[in-house]
Design a protein around this ligand. Structure first.
Ligand SMILES: [Zn+2]
Length: 230
């Protein structure tokens, strides 16, 4: 059998019927088939704690369908040197990848941290949203997803966010327009939600043809979470 045909067959056989989060072995089989296409190289990052991330010189960067992208990040409990070092590493990773914003989970770190520019939001919470009638439509991309993936999203025009700085100082800020959109995107990452979950139907990707098949079984439930503005 020709190699590409074998890859396609393996992909079909390996597509998980359970959530990726619980099917690491299925996922790794899928990944080995998918990486043969060369168009999009997924990752399979190990989960890092703040303490283990702080030991590194550089953080990794997750690429779909890495299960780490579905992680619901743990709240940060200790505002210590490990947190400060990890936030510095996250800023460096954002610069390296040309990201305007970033969530720690995108680097495999199990901690509720969102970066917006250089500003760190530790344990962020959305405390107020503008009315639903003022939702704004955007077209979004994501560095964790294949480059051909674009999704129309509806985001709050204005958000009031409460969070803590890396130094442990609580703050509240109001974000509007593009800043509110960017924050929502990164806040989604911190709870395991991706822009493809916002689409009405499961999104397809030419660069990573397995995407539609991987997403379809879970899309309705994931869309429900993505659209939830509670
Ligand atoms: Zn993203």
């Amino acid at each position: 059998m020709r190699r590409w045909a074998a890859s396609v067959l393996l992909l079909l056989l390996a597509s998980p019927t359970r959530p990726l989060d619980v099917g690491r072995r299925d996922f790794l089989t899928t990944i080995s088939a998918a990486t043969q296409s060369q168009t999009w190289t997924p990752t399979a990052l190990e989960k890092l704690t703040l303490a283990s991330a702080a030991q590194l010189d550089q953080l990794p960067f997750a690429r779909y369908p890495d299960p780490i992208l579905r992680l619901e990040a743990k709240p940060v409990r200790r505002f210590d040197a490990a947190l400060a070092k990890t936030v510095a590493l996250l800023r460096a990773a954002a610069r390296r990848h040309g990201a305007q914003g970033l969530a720690a989970t995108q680097c495999g770190v199990d901690a509720a941290i969102v970066l917006l520019g250089d500003e760190a939001f530790v344990n962020p919470r959305i405390v107020e949203r503008s009315p639903e009638a003022r939702l704004r439509c955007w077209t979004e991309r994501c560095l964790a997803l294949p480059p051909d993936v674009r999704v129309e999203t509806l985001r709050d025009e204005t958000l009031t966010v409460a969070a803590t700085t890396a130094a442990g100082v609580p703050f509240t800020t109001t974000l509007t327009g593009a800043a509110a959109r960017q924050f929502s995107h990164e806040y989604d990452h911190a709870r395991g939600v991706l822009i493809i979950d916002h689409a009405y139907d499961a999104v397809a990707s030419t660069a990573f043809p397995a995407m539609a098949r991987l997403e379809e079984p879970f899309h309705t439930e994931r869309r429900r979470r993505a659209w939830d503005r509670a």
